[in-house]
Ligand binder design. Sequence first.
Ligand SMILES: Nc1ncnc2c1ncn2[C@@H]1O[C@H](COP(=O)(O)OP(=O)(O)OP(=O)(O)O)[C@@H](O)[C@H]1O
Length: 624
Amino acid sequence: MGVFSSSQLSKLGLPFQSQAVSWLKKCLCRLKFKRLSLAAVGFLTVSSVITMSAPFFLGKVIDVIYTNPSEDFTDSLTSLCALLSGIFLCGAAANATRVYLMQTAGQRIVKRLRTTMFSSILKQETAFFDKTRTGELINRLSSDTALLGRSVTENLSDGLRAGAQASVGVGMMFFVSPSLAAFVLSVVPPLAVLAVIYGRYLRKLTKMTQDSLAEATQLAEERVGNIRTVRAFGQEVAEMEQYTNKVDYVLQLAKKEALARAGFFGATGLSGNLIILSVLYKGGLLMGSAYMTVGELSSFLMYAFWVGISIGGLSSFYSELMKGLGAGGRLWELIERKPQLPFNEGITLDKDTFRGALEFKDVEFAYPTRPETSIFKDFSLSIPAGSVMALVGPSGTGKSTIISLLLRLYDPISGTITVDGFDIRQLNPLWFRTKIGTVSQEPILFSCSIAENIAYGAEDPSTVTAEEIHKVAEIANAASFIRDFPKGFDTVVGEKGILLSGGQKQRIAIARALLKVNQHPNSYLTTFALDAENEYLVQEALDRLMEGRTVLIIAHRLSTIQNADFVAVLGQGKILECGKHEELLANPNGLFRKLMKKQAFLQNSDTFALDLQSREKDVLKENV
Ligand SMILES: Nc1ncnc2c1ncn2[C@@H]1O[C@H](COP(=O)(O)OP(=O)(O)OP(=O)(O)O)[C@@H](O)[C@H]1O
């Protein structure tokens, strides 16, 4: 990188910036980048040498004009100017090629950064997403990567050019007139101190700006994504105010940056002008004492001018680099983050070993974001292979959490979850999840076509044929309504499937799950019991999906689980009662029977709208 080495940044207490620099070095050392960068540096050298030799030769031209009024004066002046024009043309071509190569290399780095970052995000454990806001991640993916990429390529190339020109310029100034050069350069050290202070301030400011921009993006993304809720509550004006406050803060930070920039660039501009003035003053005195020719003074002035411009370029390079490092630190925190749960490691079971028997044993669990609130204590449940287990219990007792534990979105604090006797922590999560089909209460579809949404269930969606899609849609009772759409299976469903009804979304989700579980014998199915009376077609599709599988049904309404082989009543972090549906109902003092009676009573009475869940809780309290 030339400016800072990764070890220096590490010593400065900037570990993520140091990792960013090492990664970029590695990236630039890859063959493709290496060739590109070497070619760019080659063109940069050519263009800089030409630019920096110009003042020297222009000085010679001036001396020819002043001191050689001979007969062949016109010829020599013409040929000198023609030669110089040719050389300048080559310089311009070399410079243009350098800019092109550096910009291309920059875009490649941005692309690599984005893909590395996206894959790192996707591999993080679920608890990470509970804590991190989506808008922040999107901002890092789009804006921070662009900032860092630009900073290390286009900006680096401009900075290198400015650095090379400044050093050659200084060398030439000493060559033309050492005493004048020493006098002029006495102003550089104070400028360097100013640049360092400014750079540090700018880096801090950039981090704050990017963070607050991420907050604004998060707010906008969430509210625009849920515009129906915002509209239903009439909160448009309040949301606008909230967003304005957030971007106001970004503006305040931008103003601070503008102020710092203004001061810094003002100071460097003033120093540049003072340098030129001092050259004229001191040079005039030297010329008066015949120590310098007019051509030499002109060359010196041009070099001083170039050095001034290059120092200006260096200062803007420095400030852009600091911005890039500010963004780079934020990116590296994420890219280097090791997921706390494995992504694609562990054993896989062969067809004969994998039967689908499931057992939760003495499981204790609390969500990582709320470690003090225990969800399960001594939770034990056994689901024989091929059976249908319905889980009932009041709201918030952890029914959905069981599915999250099974999918290994989280790990229990203690206790084990076993599959055919194997602890799921030994199993490869990526493989194990292929064995679980899930139909959630409010399925999420992606904003693409119905066919693409169904194909998402397959291990490789690109290989799924139209026939397969139509077949599962048929079994899921979805084919007829899909064909009624003018574009059929190519109908786009909108963000999160917003352009479809709830029941239609359910049936597409069932078709998607069907495609998944059909590819895997003995697979599981986790689902939510639906209200069969309202959605007969959905329930029928679900029943077909359940055939011959180990099924875990989460039931909110007790009337929806009559077909289950076993029923487990969940409460106070454990299973309070478990058995066959009829057996539990037959037990006169059983908890399940009491819950059923209570619900039946409520359903038959006008007070059904009363808080059903709190009554369920009362029943549990009475019995525990
Ligand atoms: N990601 C999360 N982070 C922290 N706490 C959570 C998270 N998800 C759920 N909880 C909490 O865990 C508890 C159990 O939630 P869960 O969704 O499993 O209950 P449930 O029995 O399925 O409820 P319902 O019947 O209302 O759907 C609740 O108190 C809930 O607030």
